[in-house]
Design a protein around this ligand. Structure first.
Ligand SMILES: Cc1cc2nc3c(=O)[nH]c(=O)nc-3n(C[C@H](O)[C@H](O)[C@H](O)COP(=O)(O)O)c2cc1C
Length: 178
């Protein structure tokens, strides 16, 4: 990602780059977003990471895309393990997403990441116990988009789906990207 103070172009002619950058960031932050926990696994290594760049991208087959920063530990695990689990969280559990903004401590014996218990489904990617719904995916394609890689995964298993207030970015004071 661009370092602080380093403005990313292009800029329309005649604009003040700093003003334009601020406006562009504000508009990008206005894109409505969910807020999820992404489970990744490669062999016995597992991680959970807070993420908001996720969406369904195909009906036949059932494909879901997630965008992961190249430098993230999760990026290495998804690339190597070829799978991920996208978990939806209840709005009342919003505090949990703050626990997964750097590589989580994994206790493989107890089955916890940062002391949160997880289960697995088909792929082995961790699904936190607080998930109200989840999509377990196998990676089919990846696309280098710059700072991030978009991984497109096929839904291999699903869980949850009962009526629930699902956490969205707007339920928090957090932002990402921009
Ligand atoms: C609200 C919020 C949303 C985030 N969304 C994403 C995302 O969509 N993609 C991403 O790569 N990192 C995202 N991050 C950053 C990662 O959570 C954080 O850099 C991270 O845990 C690094 O991943 P790692 O544990 O795999 O190293 C987000 C962080 C926050 C606080």
């Amino acid at each position: 990602m661009a370092q602080h103070g380093e403005l990313v172009g292009p800029f329309p002619s005649g604009v003040d780059p700093e003003d334009y950058d601020r406006l562009r960031r504000r508009v990008l932050w206005q894109l409505p977003m969910g807020l999820y926990l992404l489970g990744s696994a490669a062999g016995s290594r597992k991680n959970l990471m807070t993420m908001n760049w996720a969406m369904q991208v195909s009906v036949r087959p059932k494909h879901v895309a997630v965008s992961i920063e190249r430098s993230a530990f999760s990026h290495a695990l998804v690339e190597e393990g070829g799978c991920y689990a996208l978990s939806l969280i209840a709005r009342e559990d919003r505090a949990a997403v703050r626990r997964f903004v750097k590589p989580a401590e994994h206790d493989a014996v107890v089955g916890t990441l940062n002391d949160m218990r997880y289960t697995t489904a088909v792929t082995g990617a961790p699904i936190p116990e607080i998930a109200v719904a989840w999509l377990d995916c196998e990676v089919r394609q990846s696309l280098d988009t710059g700072s991030h890689t978009v991984f497109v995964g096929e839904v291999m298993a699903v869980g949850g789906g009962e009526e629930a207030e699902i956490l969205r970015m707007e339920d928090t004071r957090m932002s990402y990207g921009g």
